[in-house]
Every structure is written in C-alpha cells, then in structure tokens.
Design a protein around this ligand. Structure first.
Ligand code: NOJ
Length: 569
C-alpha cells in the first residue's frame, strides 16, 4: 500500500460560525480561529478542514457562495485569512478548504447574469429547462424539501436547485464552468492551502434526460439514480485531477452522498487519479427511514459493524477510508451511540473515539467532539437556525404528517443544529465563545463541559483524544494494519483486530451500559498482550493487564459498561 501523509494525519473540522468569536458580534470568525491554534496544536491534529468562509448570503450558512475569492465580512478579511494560514503553517498544521461547486448562491454574479436573459453568455452556466405542461420539468424533490426546480418569471423557464432555491446547480456539462472552477481552485492552491473537502461532489453530473424519479410517499420524485454518482462524475474528477490536483501536494476528500463501496473504489482509487478519500454515509443513514432522518430510531450495532467492516475490508489496498462520527450535518454522537448519563458520558465518548480511531482510514474530529459535547438544548422552533430543520418542520409538522410533539422531539434529536451550537471553551457566560449574543443558543451544560476543564483534568476526553492521536503517530499498524471484525453477531460488543506483518492489535468496545464477558479470541495469549489504551483506569478497575488465564490457555475478558481497550501482541 502506498504511504502518504494524508493517510497518517488526523483532521479537525472547524465550523467557523460556532468556533470562536473574537469581535463580539456573536458569530465565530477567522481571528477567533487564529487565537485557538495552540489549542489545536496541543490536541495534536495535523490538518484543519474549514467549513466555508467565502462571501455568502448565508441561506445555508455559507454553503451558498456568491464570491469564491473573497471572505464573508462577518468572518473577517482576506488579510485575516492569510494570517490564519501562516499561523497554521508555522505550527505545522495544514489547511483544507471547503469547495462548494455543485451549486453557487443565486446572488453569485454568474447566476445574476444567467437569469437575466436566455442569450446571456452565462445562461448555460446553470441548468435551465422549459416548463413541462405548465409545471416543473420533472418531479424531483430538493434535499431541503419542495420541488427541485424554481420558476423564473423573467425568462419563463425553470432552474434546477438540488438544495435551497437560493442554491442553483452549476452546469458541469459546460466546459467553461469547469474551467472557472479549476482556475478558482488553482488560485487557492497558489495561496498555499493544502487541500479541499468537496461538497456533494458525487452530485455534479446529472443525467441529461432529467427523467422523473420514483415517486415517494410525499408525492415527489427521487432524483438519486440520475444525480448521485452521475454519468460523467468520474470523468470530471479525473479532469480536475489533471488540471489542478496533480500539480500540488494536497489532501482531497469528496463528500459523496449515495456512494457505494464500488463507487468509492473509483473516487478514491489507490492510483490517485481522482480524490484521496470520500465521506460515505451508509453508517450514518442506518437510523433513517420513510420520513428521511426525522425519527428517534437508534442505530443497531450489528448493522453498524456490518457497514463499517465492509468499508474497511473492501477498500483495503484499493482506496482509502475517511473515518467520522460527527460533522456539521450530523447530530452529536453521544446521544446517538453513547450515553448522556453523567456516569458514562465521558467513558462512552472515549469508547466511541477508540472504536473509530483504531480503524484503517483518516480520522476526522469535529469541533467539540474532543470535549464530549452533547448537542443542542432547543425548546421550540424559534431556537433552530438550520434551513433543513425549519423546512422539515413545515413539511411534516405544519401539514400534520408528523405530530408537532413528535417532530419537535425528532428535531431535538437529529437536527444539524445539534452540531452547530457554540464551542464550549470555559465556564464564563456563553461558554467563552462570544462576549456578544451568540447567533445560536449555547448549551447551558458549558458550565460542566468545556475546554478549560478538559485541559485541566488528566482523565478528560480531550486527553484521551490526544493519546489516540499519538498512538497513530507512533504505531504504523494503526494507520496501515489490515482490519478484521470478530464476533459480528454480538449485539453489544464491537471487536476487531488490526494486523501488520507480525504485529497485531485487538480492539474491544462495549457499546452498552452493562458488563460483558467474552472469551479471548483465538490466537491471543494473555502473557503476550500489553494494553495500549483504555477508557477505565487500569489499577483496581478489575481489568488486569494482561487478562488473567482462568484455566490453562483460555482467558476471559470482562468489559465494564462502555469500556474500550486496545491490546497489542
Ligand atoms: C453538504 C454540506 O455539508 C451541507 O451543510 C450543505 O447544506 C449541503 N451540502 C449543500 O451545500
């Protein structure tokens, strides 16, 4: 397997609005990030992925860009950006920018031109279609609800927007559009950035017949088969690779909704002709359902193991995995797979971190995950800011498809705003995030859960993440070892091994709030095992190291609630 820095690094995602506000306007900014770089250095991460900071009307918090080459004033200036980048590099931290090129804002000058007349040279930068029988050109539903087509009275045609109507889709069939994108990427690379996280990049190529999609329960059609991993997506990415990526030493990760293992082998192929890795969604979609993600279903551990293990096995030596539990689109992982009970909150946060960070792939930490942050404390619709959540309320609660009580519970559990509450730095008002009024409610649990406390306590979640990151730096097997799942049917434990040459790791994670006892897997002998890391203190925990043989060779392992342990042989 090819060895590269981006396989060996750990990435930290910053959602700039919610990270650190340096000027008291209630919104995080670039200078706030610069102030906190020593904190990231102490954690030990190598790369920052920065969610969009470009000029934007903020219909979707910056994923609607109106100028790719300037900074949104509430985040700061280009000088602030340059200083932040220089300060990152001075500390040996690389910067990955968010690249949002499936769509722009409707306020982008290209779109303003495009909609102005059918003859405008920019007309073909976007996807325009004539009405069909006085209606939308097809039945596709947008990701944020409602039709994916918006009628433009000026020219009497519809434009496609797979997300909000303020996010018109770019027409990637047009070579001039692709050239503009590549030039813009090159401009950022010349500035010295170190990579791109590519927003919904699996959706840039659309089936040009624009056929109706299978009709869903709500009457709209599903665009997936005609858009996700579309007909020319690999061709476009190979072109992008030749035109831009290959000229620089970058980390590239494609957000690939709808990606299968087979497709990922192309996107993230080991030859490096497209991208380095992809974000897949299979594990995060396990608790989805008929009403999209709006439910309070729990992820089943056996299914989770099946999905993650399939990705581990299938991509090994053929492509590369990214590893994540959290990002700005996912609710926090603790209420989802861990525990909010104060007795187990930190223990389970460490267990989940162990389970993920010991797999093969590049781990991504989302801001606040390293503190064991829990999500939002939202009481009513007025507390939510996210366009997806607010639209979903109108779509399901206002129409009576889901009762308001249930829908509020689902939003509280699954809304993207759960990831977007301000970073909890200390126990001063607003968690030290801002001296003004935060743009979104801070979770009042900042008094207990905050970075200052975590840094001060040796046994904190923060220091555990720090140890996991160090293990990756000191043990090649953590990066490159081959993965194998054990006990696939066990409903409570996630157990796997990693193998590199003669060396082996055994990773044991108890996902349940109960004690579990299992036999030591075949080939593992207590006297040859040393514990690398664990989330319960070793002495007096009943977890002797190595595990004690009970009769002859056989030995049993007793795992406490949410316990995680890693052994090396
Ligand atoms: C994926 C981004 O992560 C999400 O936040 C955004 O709403 C959509 N793409 C549209 O850009």
């Amino acid at each position: 397997m090819r060895k590269t820095w981006w396989k060996e690094c750990v990435v930290y995602q910053i959602y700039p609005r919610s990270f650190c506000d340096s000027n008291g306007d209630g919104i995080g900014d670039l200078n706030g990030i610069t102030e906190k770089l020593d904190y990231l250095k102490e954690l030990g991460v190598d790369v920052v992925w920065l969610s969009p900071v470009y000029r934007s009307p903020m219909d979707d918090n910056g994923y609607d860009i109106s100028d790719y080459r300037s900074i949104q004033p509430e985040f700061g200036t280009m000088e602030d950006f340059d200083r932040m980048l220089a300060e990152m590099h001075r500390r040996g931290i690389r910067l990955v920018m968010d690249l949002v090129v499936n769509h722009t804002s409707d306020e982008h000058p290209w779109f303003v031109e495009s909609r102005s007349s059918k003859e405008n040279p920019y007309r073909d930068y976007y996807i325009w279609r004539e009405p069909k029988e006085n209606q939308e050109p097809n039945n596709w539903e947008s990701v944020f609800g409602g039709p994916a087509w918006e009628f433009d009275a000026g020219t009497g045609m519809y434009y496609l927007h797979l997300f909000s109507r303020k996010q018109p889709d770019l027409n990637w069939e047009n070579a001039r559009v692709r050239r503009e994108v590549y030039d813009m990427m090159d401009w950022w690379c010349q500035k010295g950035i170190d990579g791109f996280r590519m927003d919904v990049i699996s959706m840039i190529s659309k089936d040009q017949a624009f056929p109706d999609g299978a009709v869903k329960e709500n009457g709209y059609g599903d665009f997936s088969p005609f858009v996700r991993n579309g007909p020319r997506v690999h061709e476009f990415l190979r072109e992008m690779n030749r035109e831009v990526l290959a000229k620089y030493d970058l980390l590239t990760v494609g957000e690939c909704s709808g990606v299968t293992v087979e497709e990922a082998k192309k996107y993230a192929n080991e030859d490096g002709t497209e991208l380095d890795m992809v974000f897949q969604f299979e594990h995060m979609d396990l608790d989805g359902g008929e009403t999209f993600k709006w439910n309070d279903r729990k992820i089943d551990l056996v299914e989770l193991k099946e999905v993650l293990s399939r990705w581990q096995r299938e991509l090994d030596s053929k492509a590369w995995n990214s590893l994540y539990w959290c990002n700005h689109d996912q609710p926090r992982i603790l209420p989802r797979l861990g525990s909010l009970d104060p007795a187990y909150r930190e223990i389970s946060a460490k267990m989940l971190a162990t389970c993920l960070h010991m797999m093969q792939g590049t781990p991504y930490i989302y801001q606040g995950e390293e503190l064991g942050m829990t999500g939002g404390d939202f009481a009513s619709l007025a507390d939510f800011r996210d366009i997806e959540s607010i639209n979903a309320w109108h779509q399901y609660a206002d129409t009576g498809k889901i009762s308001p009580e249930d829908m509020m519970r689902y939003l509280q559990y699954k809304s993207r705003d759960n990831a977007r509450t301000p970073m909890q730095w200390d126990d001063t008002p607003n968690g030290g995030f801002t001296e003004g009024t935060p743009w979104i409610r801070v979770n009042p649990n900042y008094k207990e859960i905050n970075a200052r406390d975590q840094l001060a306590r040796k046994d904190s979640v923060f220091h555990y993440y720090q140890q996991l990151i160090r293990l990756r730096k000191t043990h090649e097997i953590v990066v490159y070892g081959e993965y194998e799942l054990l006990f696939p049917e066990d409903p409570d434990l996630f157990v796997y091994t990693r193998t590199l040459g003669e060396e082996k790791l055994l990773v044991l994670c108890n996902f349940k709030e109960k004690e579990k006892c299992i036999a030591l897997p075949e080939g593992w002998r207590p006297e040859q095992m040393t514990r690398l890391i664990g989330n319960y203190p070793e002495p007096g925990s009943g977890n002797e190291n190595p595990p004690r043989p009970e009769n002859g060779d056989a030995a049993e392992l007793h795992l406490k609630p949410y316990e995680a342990r890693v052994y090396r042989m």
